[in-house]
Design a protein around this ligand. Structure first.
Ligand code: CS2
Length: 472
């Protein structure tokens, strides 16, 4: 079978870009070339391009570590299929990605794009751990091994290191900076990105840090679309669907949401024409999504992996886990703002149950140390301050700790993928004393005792019996 490329594009059985991909210029450099960015940011960008006819905002995608995305995309002229699976299956080929660059082996090409005057936005989907920050405080960790290595090198590899190097070069050339657009699931993600970038700059040069503070915009965003990791099955199904081989396709649900703080001194694509919500305050959206979606995702992930439940779809329809998640939403809802939060929860429930998605609990369970503070500890702090019960949230923390100890309820070993893995795996009490994750909460005897109690039940009775006892 032939492979997708600009040459074979007209023969693809799919919705094709309504513009000429060869005519697209690069206006954005995107760090983090994973499936999420392809299924979300690029999809909105294609829609904006089609609606406005402005082809100057193409995206050069950069993979910071793995050579895999480049190996898949480059032979296809950076074209790929986004397969949407809901009531129907729809294949669409996206054309606003202009390049797929592997940072470690193409440093010069990448820096050329990062310093080009046409590049007016640098966007990021590098996952929580890519910020090299302390998840409890949101500040850069100066002792982070990758930060230490970057400070001693002319070819930085971390996102904060690269952004600072590019901004330094632009400043030295008297050029305007770019806007830095974080699209990761962090609370106040623009502010955190500003903190880590300025923090890195200050370790290099105080004057540069001040220039960044005065000149660079870091708008916050809320991004949402469920994008499970692509498997061999998806590759085969996509080929059958479009009649061409596509090694870089992505699978996603119909839902997609993007709320963006509208602060772009250097301009931006017409994302509002693609359905993005432009606002002056993303925080309520961010809090709602991080706690209600990502928080329950993590709950299903840690409880599910412990109980041997493999996917989100199985977890939400599970007779023990499903009702627990409904009750968990009742604890979370009073800690967030929004107009119809019960309707939002009902929509999430339906999205989780989408039979076209096989979203693995093990995938979501990874990097738990980076996710727990904003997803679960934040709501706990708010409920305790309001004098409200927080039993279910406590059980989720206990499930995180049990998962980090690496053994499922049936005795099988769990693979722990977490940047703080070397510090995890001790007793519940030892892990709660880690300030990077728990901050001052870990020093609060009432908090520690409540979590230990739930952890003890999980260890003694397992997930199912604990959930049943709680449901009473
Ligand atoms: C998930 C998210 O892997 C995870 O931690 O909770 O990737 C989630 O699927 C997205 O944020 C949905 O927008």
């Amino acid at each position: 079978m032939e492979r997708l490329s600009r040459t074979t594009l007209p023969r693809a059985h799919a919705r094709l870009p309504r513009f000429d991909p060869a005519a697209v210029g690069t206006g954005i450099v995107h760090l983090g070339l994973g499936a999420f960015m392809r299924a979300h940011v690029t999809a909105f960008n294609d829609d904006a391009m089609e609606a406005s006819g402005d082809l100057s905002w193409g995206i050069a995608g950069v993979s910071l570590r793995s050579s895999d995305p480049t190996a898949r995309l480059s032979p296809q002229d950076a074209l790929f299929t986004a397969v949407e699976r809901g009531a129907d299956t729809r294949a669409r080929i996206l054309g606003s990605l202009t390049a797929a660059i592997h940072a470690p082996t193409e440093h010069g090409r990448m820096m050329g794009l990062l310093t080009a005057p046409e590049t007016r936005i640098v966007s990021l989907t590098i996952t929580e751990k890519g910020y090299c920050h302390d998840p409890a405080t949101g500040y850069l960790r100066p002792d982070h091994p990758d930060v230490v290595a970057d400070l001693a090198s002319d070819t930085p590899r971390t996102a904060p290191g690269l952004i600072v190097a590019a901004l330094a070069a632009r400043r030295a050339a008297g050029a305007a900076p770019f806007t830095v657009l974080c699209c990761d699931n962090l609370p106040q993600n623009g502010r955190v990105t500003r903190q880590v970038v300025s923090g890195f700059a200050a370790l290099r040069d105080e004057a540069l840090a001040t220039w960044i503070k005065d000149n660079v915009a870091f708008p916050s965003t809320m991004v949402d679309r469920i994008v499970p990791a692509v498997t061999e099955d998806v590759l085969a199904e996509t080929a059958a669907l479009i009649g061409l081989r596509d090694e870089a396709c992505v699978l996603h649900e119909p839902f997609g949401q993007w709320v963006i703080e509208d602060t772009f001194p250097q301009g931006r694509p017409d994302w509002h024409l693609a359905g993005a919500q432009m606002t002056d305050n993303v925080e309520p959206w961010e809090l709602m999504k991080l706690r209600m979606l990502n928080g329950t995702h993590s709950a299903m992930a840690w409880l599910g992996t412990l109980a041997g439940v493999q996917t989100v779809g199985e977890a939400i329809t599970d007779p023990d886990i499903g009702p627990f998640i409904d009750a968990l939403w009742e604890e979370i809802i009073p800690t967030v703002h929004g107009t119809d939060l019960h309707a939002y929860a009902a929509d999430l429930r339906a999205r989780y149950a989408n039979p076209g998605m096989r979203h693995l609990t093990a995938q979501i369970a990874s990097d738990g140390s980076q996710k727990l503070p904003q997803r679960i500890l934040g709501p706990i702090r708010d409920r305790r301050a309001a004098g409200q019960d927080w039993t279910r949230l406590a059980l989720v923390v206990a499930a995180f700790l049990r998962h980090a100890q690496g053994v499922a309820d049936d005795g099988t070993a769990l693979r722990i993928s977490d940047p703080l893995a070397p510090l995890l795996g001790g007793t519940a009490r030892e892990m709660m004393a880690l300030p990077q994750i728990f901050g001052p909460l870990g020093q609060d005897p009432a908090f520690v005792a409540a979590i230990e109690d739930q952890h003890h039940k999980l260890a003694r009775d397992g997930v199912r019996a604990t959930l049943r006892a709680l449901a009473g």
